[in-house]
Structure formats: C-alpha cells, structure tokens
Design a protein around this ligand. Structure first.
Ligand SMILES: Nc1ncnc2c1ncn2[C@@H]1O[C@H](COP(=O)(O)OP(=O)(O)OP(=O)(O)O)[C@@H](O)[C@H]1O
Length: 361
C-alpha cells in the first residue's frame, strides 16, 4: 500500500547501460504492467525495485523513503515469480506460514493471516495438501498467498502466468483481476510478455524499449493514442499497418497522398503537419473498411487466416516489404486472391513523422 517514485533510475552492467532515464510515479492502488521486447530490461527494473539488483544511478523511493541501499527484506515488498518456488515438503498452509514464523508472529496472527489469504485465493480446501498434489494454477495461487500473508507495501509479479497452459492462464488472469479488486489499496507491478494480460489487468502500462520508457498510459491511451510508431506497432495484434506518403492538405483534416497511389484523410488536426511533409499513416487491421470509391489502399489478398470469430487478411507485400493486414469479423476465406479496396474513418487514421505521432507534436 505504497507510492513509488523512480527518478532518473539507471542500470549499467560494467560499461553497458541497459536502462537510463527511468522516471515514473506509481500511485498507491495502481496495477502497473511493464511490457516491451525481449531484453528491454523489464525484469531488471522489477528486480531493482525489489532490491535484487543494485541501482547504478538515480533514486528509488517507496512511500517517500529512499530505498536504493535498503536490503530487499526491509523494503516491504513481495515478489511472485513464474517458477512458484514453493517448498515441496511443506503443505500449502506451511508454505504460507513460513515467512510469518521467521518474522516471529504469534500463532494467532499467523492463523488469521493464512486463513484470510486462503479465503481470498480460494485455497481453503487445499491447505493440508503438498504442492505436488496441486495444479499449476493452484500452485501459483499458493505463491501469491505467501505474499499476501506478509501484507507487503508492494507486490511484484515477474511473468507469473507464463508456465501455465492457455486455459489455465486465462482462468488465473481473471483470478488476479479479482484479487486486485479485493485489495484495492495494494500497489502491484507486473511484468509480462502477454498483451492480453497487460491490456486487461493494468491501470497503466509502461512500454519499455531501447533502454528507456517509450510511453506510459492507460491501456486505452496506448491503443488509441500511441505517441510513436514503436508503441503503435507493439500494442495491438496484428500490429498497426504503417504506409508511407506525403501531406497534400493541412488544416482541420490532413490529406496524405500515399506512395502506393491512394489518398488518406486523417482527423489529426494538423496545424502540426506541413505541406509536403513525409509521414507514415497508421491504420489498425480492424479499422479497414471495404470501399468502392477513393481507397486508401488497394491490394490482393495473399493469405487468409480464419480464426472463427474473425478472419485475418494478409495482402501482398508492398515494394518496401511492408505487410498490410486486415481483420474482418466472420469467416472470409473466399477473399483469397481477390483484390480489395480499403479505406478507414479519418478518426482512425494515425499520423507519424520521424517515428513520432503528430498528435503530440
Ligand atoms: N548480469 C548481467 N550482465 C550483463 N548484462 C545483463 C545482465 N543481466 C541482464 N543483462 C542485460 O540486460 C538487458 C535487460 O535484461 P532483462 O532480463 O531485464 O530483459 P527483459 O526485458 O526482462 O527480457 P525478457 O523479456 O527476455 O525476459 C538485456 O540486454 C540483458 O542481456
């Protein structure tokens, strides 16, 4: 139940700087999710907050106290890992009691804390079982239970669901969402590779890339108003389409003549765009609409992937190798090898110049 502040936090391994300029305010009760490509430093940042990695520059405060040199056990933090790290010879109850016994809590305090956590996590029927007699999802709940009993200021989750199969992942994700609702004042930081986890669990997402923060915002902020092409293409699956062109009209609406010949209108009110400026337009696969007049993009469908509720259309690659993808509700395998004209609502056409969104210029 804490606020965290990171000021110009850095991490170097010898000469190699892996993180720099990390500035972030996390408010009590938030569930912050770190996402980013492999190797961008998500786990390193989480481990620095936990105190498992030394902070080589900048300041980390928890509840107004600088904790850079405070050992992990005294930071009031509990960390849940993807490998549950349960003691195999101890029952669920003993696993959950362990840290409290070390902390010399009374028997009554320990029993109350364990019973409460077991209730929240629906583990009460399993308290006398050994971990080997539990499913993967139940084991992960015990690992979370071990944190809850300690009543930490901050919960850190390092890809807690990545060892679970697809169905269990969905179920456990929902349980974490419910757990957060039951503990509205708890501050949680969560690292994941999974977009759905990030979009559904986060109060705010932090996108890390290139050794720094690329954007921080609510899931919908990042989806609807990405600040740069990296975030635009990282959030959302398949990735946002980017097509190159030049601005031919500015004002309330911007018109862009695309290199492929089409013309796009964008509602980005580009006082920011200059005539002739090179831009990339960004259109999400689900925002394409078939049209008979004035298409933004005309292409031949090379591959279709019918996923049941929707079909992905992969068009022939453009001259520069870029792949254009469309997403249509329903089954549309009949569109393979047909040529389709597409447009998009100007409100859904993003504009980027030099990789940055013109919305923020
Ligand atoms: N002990 C170390 N010495 C040198 N470099 C390291 C060390 N540990 C991590 N790194 C580097 O720091 C960077 C960040 O690693 P980190 O594990 O935090 O990334 P990540 O975003 O969590 O990646 P992934 O998504 O693959 O788990 C990587 O480039 C990694 O090679």
């Amino acid at each position: 139940m804490a606020d965290l502040q990171l000021r110009d936090v850095e991490k170097s391994y010898g000469e190699v700087k892996v993180l720099a300029n990390i500035n972030l305010d996390i408010k009590r009760g938030e569930l912050i999710v770190f996402v980013g490509p492999s190797g961008c430093g998500k786990s390193t940042l989480l481990r620095m907050i936990a105190g498992l990695e030394r902070i080589t520059g900048g300041v980390l405060e928890i509840d107004g106290q600088v904790v850079n040199d405070v050992p992990p056990a005294q930071r009031g933090i509990a960390m849940v890992f993807q490998s549950y790290a349960l003691y195999p010879h101890m029952t669920v109850r003993e696993n959950m009691e362990f840290a409290l016994k070390i902390a010399k809590k009374t028997k009554a305090e320990i029993a109350a804390a364990v019973d409460k956590a077991a209730g929240i996590l629906q583990l009460t029927p399993y308290l006398d079982r050994l971990p080997k007699a539990l499913s993967g999802g139940q084991r992960q709940r015990v690992a979370i239970g071990r944190s809850i009993v300690r009543d930490p200021k901050v919960y850190l989750f390092d890809e807690p669901l990545s060892n679970l199969d697809a169905a269990l992942r969905v179920a456990t994700r929902l349980e974490i969402a419910q757990l957060k609702e039951q503990m509205p004042d708890s501050t949680m930081i969560y690292v994941t590779h999974d977009q759905v986890e990030a979009m559904t669990l986060a109060t705010r997402i932090v996108v890390l890339a290139g050794g720094g923060i690329s954007q921080v915002g609510t899931p919908l902020d990042l989806y609807e108003r990405p600040q740069n092409e990296f975030v635009a293409q990282f959030i959302g699956s398949p990735a946002m389409n980017l097509l190159g062109g030049a601005v031919t009209q500015t004002g309330v609406q911007t018109a862009i003549k695309l290199d492929g010949g089409g013309v796009a209108l964008s509602a980005v009110p580009t006082l920011a765009a200059d005539l002739g400026m090179r831009v990339n337009i960004g259109v999400r696969p689900e925002d394409w609409v078939a049209t008979n007049t004035a298409p933004i993009y005309t292409g031949e469908v090379e591959i279709t992937e019918a996923l049941g509720e929707l079909t992905l259309l992969y068009f022939k690659r453009l001259g520069d190798g870029a792949q254009v993808v469309g997403k249509l509700p329903g089954i549309h395998t009949n569109l393979r090898r047909t040529t389709v004209n597409m447009t998009a609502d100007p409100k859904k056409v993003h504009l980027f110049h030099g990789g940055l969104s013109l919305l923020y210029r």
